[in-house]
Design a binder for this molecule. Structure first.
Ligand code: MG
Length: 337
């Protein structure tokens, strides 16, 4: 779909991000993720964004396309886009006008930031004011796998320069996942239970074993509204317990204090770079750790998030390596409107 407005054009397409290996987590298994790509063209420059829609989110392809082509959105954009537009002001305006729709907002917001960077002839990092040159550890995610599948995934990741892994767990085969990993790799790893744990005593015992085995952090062990079990687990361990599902947006940060040591920030959860920047600043101010994560986006979405990686403690931006058609997806950026 291509829509022409007096000063700009927007192109919106549905794409499928195909997993290299079927991806299994506590929520289930999937072979692909639906995505919506959008491209904004203004004054001879182009900005590209991506919304990814894993099936556990309420957002749909149709919903994202309807949002990105809506009259309300374009009424606001038409009034806002100029040579010195502010992506933050546009984000705040749209967020107030149309609640929810976080993946669609993320696609639009990253496209706006990229467009502004091109207009000002800066890199995205420069435009965002990220001056740190820190190279933070980047994880490669291993979904729940057999030992042979895990071996194949580790080899693929190591061939592509990864030396830090995120092991997905579901509360059922966790001992096997750990044993398989330790038989195959001596590299550090993180664990993401995706809310799959329930028994607190078992979680403490197993997490202590994880800690002794080289685990660096544990992400979202219990159900997202739980604070008590998470707080007790956190107090029992030396390694950080990080909130993912429990922390979507900046307003959630205060509620997870005392139960988690840090947060996983994702553009798709918080609506893009504008709020992700604010979340990082707020979290750091409270002494919380920050992990910049993804929902298996292509290089379009993960590349935007990468601009914030130097100011976080860890990055989980492995989408381009988890999907097999990344090269095809990024061609979208080069298409002419
Ligand atoms: Mg997670």
């Amino acid at each position: 779909m291509i829509l022409h407005y007096p000063y700009y054009t927007i192109e919106i397409v549905h794409a499928q991000l195909k997993f290299r290996f079927p991806f299994s987590i506590a929520h289930g298994t999937r072979t692909h993720t639906d995505a919506v790509l959008c491209k904004l063209d203004f004054a001879g420059h182009t900005g590209v964004g991506e919304a990814t829609l894993p099936p556990y989110l309420p957002d749909t392809v149709e919903g994202v396309m309807a949002f990105l082509s809506s009259k309300e959105l374009h009424h606001l954009l038409a009034q806002s886009i100029s040579k010195d537009f502010s992506p933050e002001r546009i984000f705040d305006g749209i967020d107030k006008l149309m609640p929810g729709h976080m993946p669609a907002k993320a696609a639009l917001d990253m496209a706006l930031w990229q467009l502004k960077a091109k207009i000002e002839n800066k890199t995205l990092t420069e435009l965002l004011g990220v001056t740190s040159q820190n190279v933070v550890p980047h994880t490669y995610t291993i979904g729940i796998s057999t030992r042979d599948e895990m071996r194949e995934k580790i080899q693929f990741a190591e061939t592509n320069g990864f030396s830090f892994f995120k092991l997905k767990m579901n509360g059922e085969d966790d001992e096997n996942v750990l044993n398989d990993f330790l038989a195959l790799s001596t590299e550090p790893f993180a664990v993401d239970a995706n809310q799959g744990w329930n028994d607190l005593q078992h979680a403490i015992t197993f997490s202590t074993q994880l800690e002794e085995s080289g685990c660096v952090l544990i992400e979202q062990p219990f159900e997202k509204t739980d604070r008590q079990k998470s707080a007790t687990l956190m107090q029992s361990l030396h390694i950080p317990v990080i909130a993912d599902e429990a922390c979507q947006r900046i307003a959630d940060i205060d509620s997870i204090r005392g139960a988690f040591c840090g947060i996983n920030i994702k553009l798709q959860k918080c609506g893009g770079l504008t709020e992700a920047m604010r979340m990082i600043t707020h979290a750091k101010g409270l002494g919380l750790k920050t992990l910049i994560g993804c929902m298996s986006e292509s290089s379009i979405g993960c590349g935007a998030a990468e601009a914030l990686a130097p100011i976080c403690d860890w990055a989980d931006l492995d989408g381009p390596w988890l999907i097999e058609n990344n090269e095809e997806i990024i061609q979208f950026e080069n298409l002419r409107i």
